[in-house]
Design a protein around this ligand. Structure first.
Ligand code: BTN
Length: 268
């Protein structure tokens, strides 16, 4: 495995909130675990941890994240935007858009986004995002930090049997090895831009197309997808867009308009 060239990334993102704040680890239990610890003490907005390998990578819903040495991008960014805790879903959606853009810019592979933020190629997953938050005391709760954890399968040429039907990598899809440094640089540039746009929107001075519209344009799952949802005892239906807070709406076959709260959305 080639050494990770941190200087290349540091230089590329020097004009963003992440400039001068990236730490690289050869191996770590989980970049999210360490970033949450750091965020709970005094780590600055824009602090980034990236690792070649995770021994206890965390996924959404209590799952683990396959994190073999050298093939993946395992990164966590601490951000402290001025927003309510209840608005943290916006960060998840914005990060999915940033990861999609970085992936296509770096490798030419166009991934889809399954709400809220899985990166898919065809039916297989090539990336996932786990946002963990902390809040200031008080009501309504304000966000103290968000740790944005992003895992992208970059140069894997195969997966263990239990993952091979559901996981893919950028290398498998494109046929070419990709630079993890270039991908991380593009990811942090895109994430910085997305968070800046989001902040402008939250402060009622939007600088571009609203996030919900951009998400709907980026994700074929937002509208018109037949899905099965593992919530509320499980139901099937068709996606009909996101509500004002960013939650996916599904017109259920049971006649009910469902709001998906935590994911578990699958093709029917
Ligand atoms: C998912 O289940 O889809 C989310 C996966 C998130 C994995 C990333 S890898 C970097 C960061 N550190 C972790 O332990 N998890 C996230």
């Amino acid at each position: 495995m080639a050494d990770f060239d941190l200087k290349q990334v540091t230089k590329a993102v020097s004009n963003t909130r992440f400039g001068g704040k990236i730490t690289h680890f050869a191996t770590i239990d989980s970049t999210n675990i360490r970033a949450v610890e750091a965020a709970n003490s005094s780590a600055l907005d824009g602090t980034v941890y990236v690792a070649d390998e995770q021994t206890a990578g965390r996924g959404r819903g209590g799952h683990s994240w396959h994190s073999v040495a050298g093939n993946g991008l395992y990164v966590s960014a601490i951000v402290r935007p001025e927003m309510g805790l209840s608005e943290a879903l916006w960060l998840s959606l914005a990060t999915g858009i940033a990861a999609q853009r970085a992936t296509v810019e770096t490798t030419g592979v166009q991934a889809d986004i399954r709400w809220p933020n899985d990166l898919l190629i065809g039916k297989k997953k090539c990336g996932g995002i786990l946002v963990e938050t902390g809040s200031h005391p008080g009501t309504p709760a304000r966000l103290r930090y968000a740790v944005i954890g992003i895992g992208i399968n970059v140069n894997h040429d195969a997966f263990p049997d239990e993952l091979s039907t559901v996981a893919t990598s950028l290398r498998i899809e494109s046929g070419s090895v990709a630079s993890r440094e270039a991908l991380l640089a593009n990811l942090l540039l895109a994430l910085d831009a997305e968070i800046t746009l989001l902040e402008s929107e939250l402060h009622d001075a939007p600088r571009g197309t609203p996030l919900l519209e951009r998400f709907a344009a980026a994700s074929s799952w937002a509208v018109g997808m037949r899905v099965r949802v593992d919530e509320d005892g499980g139901y099937t239906g068709e996606t009909v867009g996101l509500n004002r807070k960013g939650f996916l709406q599904v017109a259920g076959d049971d006649g009910v308009l469902h709001t998906v709260l935590s994911g578990g959305v699958r093709p029917e």
